[in-house]
Write a protein that binds this ligand. Structure first.
Ligand SMILES: *Cc1c(COP(=O)(O)O)cnc(C)c1O
Length: 400
């Protein structure tokens, strides 16, 4: 049997030791259940301020029931890739439901957002194209962009003047996010759509964190900003965050979807998501559309948290979403703060490079409609007593 001591062509141990020295090594913590607001780890109960379950739907009885009934009707797995026999009436119904919800011509389902993003970029961009990306785009977009034969240009976060200059150098696709996953601020979608239209380039939104949370009926960032879906050629959204299940979709014109069905290899050559999962997502979307009260409660919690954290001396980013980062700076200090909060029964994730730029390690605090105002106050008490100085001058400048 191979052991870690065997030296092969890959210096795995060395890479891990280097991460250890910089306080950047990752490890996993097995959890023992919970919901949008609570978490059980090692037999202890915590308030959970680190999940993306912004509406608390991950533990919703109606969604769980739809999943179970879906299994009874369709079985546990899809059995094949979508072009073979893995595409069912349940998948088709979910595609139509999403298209109707978001005002799209057509929609395609993927097993996860990471592969959906990669599939789109890979299927579209040839060496004659340019790809423009916000510098804070998700790893799935950055990684695929850097591996493709197209030229990639990364513009400073939300800097539309810089993007406008970069657009002079060719034709292709602009990609940005609805809500930025580590900062909680939004992309300027009016300006982005104007720039795309004027330069006759295509525009893609990754709205993993806006969908369900923002806009009327939870239609996401575009709806919240009053931008017509017709101005954005490609929409990507995920089912694993506010929708509380798993999976993702890509939507746009019928032609785009037909093209992806033919040319997106991770769609064609991958077993389709279970039909039962599509049933659960369909139930979730039905609930999300009617969840204005939960969204209003969430906004109230966000205001309460920001006011309290401001009084404690933390400078807050430009986030009106449930993602509320507290910049700490050094990785070690961020880990220490997260650990102290855990001691107080509060589970908050410390996010370190390379997930975020060097020197901007942070607590990524996420709020959920499943939290109560008292629970926000408990978090604020914990932060006040943790005894770590807030880093001053937080914000976009840090990403420069
Ligand atoms: C989570 C996330 C993804 C990936 O989605 P998964 O379904 O979890 O693979 C893509 N983009 C952004 C911005 C995300 O936050």
């Amino acid at each position: 049997m191979l052991t870690s001591a065997d030296q092969g062509p890959f210096a795995l141990g060395e890479a891990l030791a280097a991460r250890e020295r910089e306080a950047l090594r990752r490890c996993r913590t097995p959890t023992e259940g919970g919901s949008g607001a609570r978490l059980r780890v090692g037999g202890q109960d915590y308030l959970n301020f680190s999940a993306n379950d912004y509406l608390g739907l991950g533990d919703d009885d109606a969604i769980k029931q739809a999943f179970k009934e879906g299994i009874d009707r369709h079985g546990a797995g899809a059995g094949a890739s979508p072009l073979v026999t893995g595409y069912s009436r349940a998948h088709q119904a979910l595609e139509e439901q999403i298209a109707d919800w978001l005002g799209l011509e057509a929609v395609l389902l993927f097993n996860c957002g990471f592969s959906a993003n990669q599939a789109v970029l890979k299927a579209l961009l040839g060496k004659e194209h340019l790809l423009w990306q916000d510098r804070l785009n998700h790893a799935s977009l950055q990684e695929m962009g850097s591996q493709l034969p197209c030229r990639m240009k990364r513009f400073p976060h939300n800097d539309m003047a810089a993007l406008a200059r970069q657009l002079e150098s060719g034709k292709g696709l602009i990609v940005s996010e609805g809500v930025f996953s580590m900062d909680g601020d939004q992309g300027p979608w009016r300006e982005l759509s104007e720039l795309a239209a004027r330069s006759r380039n295509w525009l893609m939104i990754d709205d993993a964190h806006g969908l369900g949370v923002l806009g009327p009926e939870g239609r996401g960032t575009l709806a919240a900003q009053g931008v017509s879906p017709a101005c954005v050629h490609i929409q990507m959204g995920t089912f694993g965050k506010a929708l509380g299940v798993a999976g993702a979709f890509v939507g746009g014109s019928r032609e785009l979807v037909e093209y992806l069905v033919n040319f997106a290899r991770s769609y064609v050559y991958s077993t389709h998501m279970p039909a039962a999962q599509a049933c659960a997502v369909a139930k979730s979307i039905a609930l999300v559309r009617g969840a204005d009260e939960a969204r209003a409660h969430l906004q109230q919690l966000i205001r309460r948290f920001r006011q309290g954290a401001g009084q404690l001396g933390w400078t807050l980013g430009a986030s009106e979403t449930p993602i509320q980062p507290l910049l700490v700076g050094e990785s070690r200090a961020a880990l220490q703060l997260a650990e102290r909060l855990r001691g107080a029964g509060l589970w908050v994730g410390a996010i370190r490079p390379p997930t975020v730029p060097a020197g901007t390690a942070r607590l990524r605090i996420t709020l959920s409609a499943a939290h109560s105002e008292q629970e926000i106050d408990r978090l604020l008490d914990g932060l006040g007593q943790a005894g770590i100085e807030p880093m001053q001058e937080q914000g976009e400048a840090k990403h420069a």
